[in-house]
Write a protein that binds this ligand. Structure first.
Ligand SMILES: Cc1cc2nc3c(=O)[nH]c(=O)nc-3n(C[C@H](O)[C@H](O)[C@H](O)COP(=O)(O)O)c2cc1C
Length: 257
């Protein structure tokens, strides 16, 4: 049994390698109470700002899991910053045992930091399928493992925390804006896991409250009408969805209507 969250399909692609029984976290969060029982329970999701997305932490901390084997696999783009070791400690404090915590490097979809076209060129050297197969073998043999925080990853994380652009200041304001290119198709409203976008008078209206910054709406917009309000993008013309994940699957996973 796997619970997954995805903005652009990488984590769903990864989850499909590990198990057939997949449940979307945004859909599960609609339930009043959540109690799950299975031999093995996994969480597969993207890494945001070197951490678990808030929607995933919310789900884990507010659900009950009865299982012999609890694991987390996070997909990330360039640097995981030692998130497995850091978060394993967080879960221990919260009284949630984690048996296995690993990461897999995939394409980085963070538009203010990377040009997706450049990212695509790096894809072959990330050897995604090979790494997914190794993780699958670990999970099949119920391996106990928490990915250690390599020094260069910790240094990268500490450096980011100390010197990076003030991302938090930029997200105090609405993150995204909708341009006149919007045709009111409503795709953004269906891929948003928090129901932050609606269409009014033929145009998307973005409500900041509750937005978790997953960029699913920006990447899925067919006319590239949604962009950042404060941060600049490396390439406003480049958008991404995992090539083997259909738009309908992202909608099914995230739709809040
Ligand atoms: C808000 C946000 C923050 C991100 N932060 C990081 C990060 O700290 N390190 C990293 O390597 N990748 C980061 N990424 C890239 C994603 O983790 C990566 O592309 C992931 O595979 C996307 O998964 P998805 O397609 O399932 O949404 C970030 C992406 C977003 C949207």
């Amino acid at each position: 049994m796997i619970f997954y969250f995805t903005g652009t399909g990488n984590s769903l692609y990864a989850a499909k390698h590990f198990d057939k029984e997949l449940y979307s976290i945004p859909q599960e969060l609609k339930k009043d109470s959540r109690k799950y029982k299975a031999d093995s329970i996994g969480i597969v999701c993207p890494l945001y700002e070197f951490d678990l997305p808030v929607i995933v932490k919310d789900f884990i901390l507010n659900s009950q899991f009865e299982t012999d084997y609890f694991y987390i696999v996070m997909t990330y783009g360039m640097h995981h910053g030692g998130c497995a070791a850091r978060n394993a400690a967080f879960f221990e404090q919260a009284g949630r045992r984690v048996d296995y915590f690993n990461t897999v490097q995939m394409l980085d979809n963070a538009l203010p930091v990377f040009d997706i076209e450049e990212q695509k060129k790096l894809d072959p050297e990330k050897k995604v399928d090979e790494h997914l197969a190794l993780i699958k073998a670990d999970l099949d043999e119920r391996k106990h493992y928490i990915q250690p925080a390599a020094k260069e990853e910790v240094d990268f994380y500490e450096g980011y925390k100390a010197h990076a652009i003030d991302y938090s200041a930029s997200i105090e304001k609405p993150r995204y804006k909708v341009s006149e290119k919007c045709v009111g198709c409503g795709t953004c409203t269906r891929v948003c896991p928090k129901g932050c976008i609606r269409v009014a008078e033929g145009r998307a209206v973005y409500e900041y409250t509750g937005c978790i910054g997953c960029m699913a709406c920006i990447h899925a917009c067919p006319t590239k009408a949604i962009g950042f309000a404060v941060l600049r993008e490396k390439n406003p013309e480049a958008r991404y969805r995992h090539p083997q994940i259909r738009l309908a699957e992202i909608i099914q996973a995230n739709n809040q209507k």
